[in-house]
Write a protein that binds this ligand. Structure first.
Ligand code: ADP
Ligand code: MG
Length: 249
């Protein structure tokens, strides 16, 4: 039995005093596993994945990432948080690129200024990641000169520059025009094929069917169901899952 790379044990989180956003979340992700999280808007999907890299505090339970415990709110350990963030890359719906920097400068910003890498090495690694997402020829353009799909691939390359062990995706194709969704999904499929541990919030059920090892369905802050895609799509156990699938499929 291999040690999981991400563990949630009875995690509870509230926004403010009253809004119970995550309820008794239990989830463990194995190294190299691909998880797709789906569920209605407002069910807590973004909150859950933001907890993995400590972008959100939680109040009860335990979260561990690659053997490092992320303490509950008030008992966070800065060094643990930094260690975890170094292992975890994140891609958002809005690409969050710096518009005044070129593609290459977007990729080398953190390596140069946070990790203090030599410029030549940072640029070489950035170019390698741009090649990995098939966009090296755009390195000297500015983000707004690119299509949405190209910008999202730059955002993926930027996350990969820090050599993460885990990649989190929060609806990476939801802001894209339909004709650009495919190129982003293709890059994600390639990453999956390279053994990356991935946790993806997405409503792209075709991607879930072909790539996910497990699909997790959330509703009202709870994990209602988690199963391999064949089981999840063909024989959902919960009525809530069935009615969600009727809407998205
Ligand atoms: P999802 O990603 O599934 O749409 P979210 O995790 O973004 O859901 O949000 C879950 C619930 O928490 C929603 O009702 C949302 O309005 C609320 N919420 C999200 N972020 C905050 C916040 N910073 N403060 C208060 N409520 C929030
Ligand atoms: Mg969300």
């Amino acid at each position: 039995m291999t040690v999981p790379i991400i563990t949630f044990e009875r995690v509870n989180k509230w926004y403010g005093d009253a809004f119970h956003v995550l309820r008794d979340i239990d989830l463990s992700v194995r190294r190299g596993e691909r998880i797709v999280i789906c569920g209605p808007s407002g069910s807590g999907k973004s909150t859950l994945i933001r907890c993995i890299n400590a972008l959100e505090p939680y109040q009860e339970g335990r979260i561990g990432v690659d053997g490092t415990p992320l303490g509950i709110e008030g008992r966070e350990d800065d060094r643990a948080v930094q260690a975890v963030r170094r292992q975890v890359g994140m891609v958002f719906q809005q690409f969050n690129l710096f518009p005044h920097l070129t593609v290459l400068q977007n990729l080398t910003l953190a390596p140069l200024h946070v990790s203090r890498e030599p410029k030549r090495e940072a640029e070489a690694r950035a170019m390698a990641q741009l090649e990995r997402v098939h966009i090296a020829e755009q390195a000297h353009k500015f983000p707004l000169q690119l299509s949405g799909g190209q910008q999202q691939r730059v955002a993926i390359a930027r996350a990969l520059c820090l050599a993460p062990k885990i990649m989190l995706f929060d609806e990476p194709t939801s802001a894209l025009d339909p004709e650009m969704i495919r190129e982003v999904l293709d890059v994600m499929i390639e990453l999956a094929g390279q053994g990356m541990t991935m946790v993806c919030v997405t409503h792209e059920m075709g991607f879930a069917k072909s790539v996910a090892d497990r699909v997790v369905f959330m509703d009202q802050g709870q994990i209602v169901e988690a199963a391999p895609p064949a089981e999840f799509f063909n024989a959902p156990r919960s009525e809530r899952t069935r009615s969600f699938l009727e809407q998205v499929l």
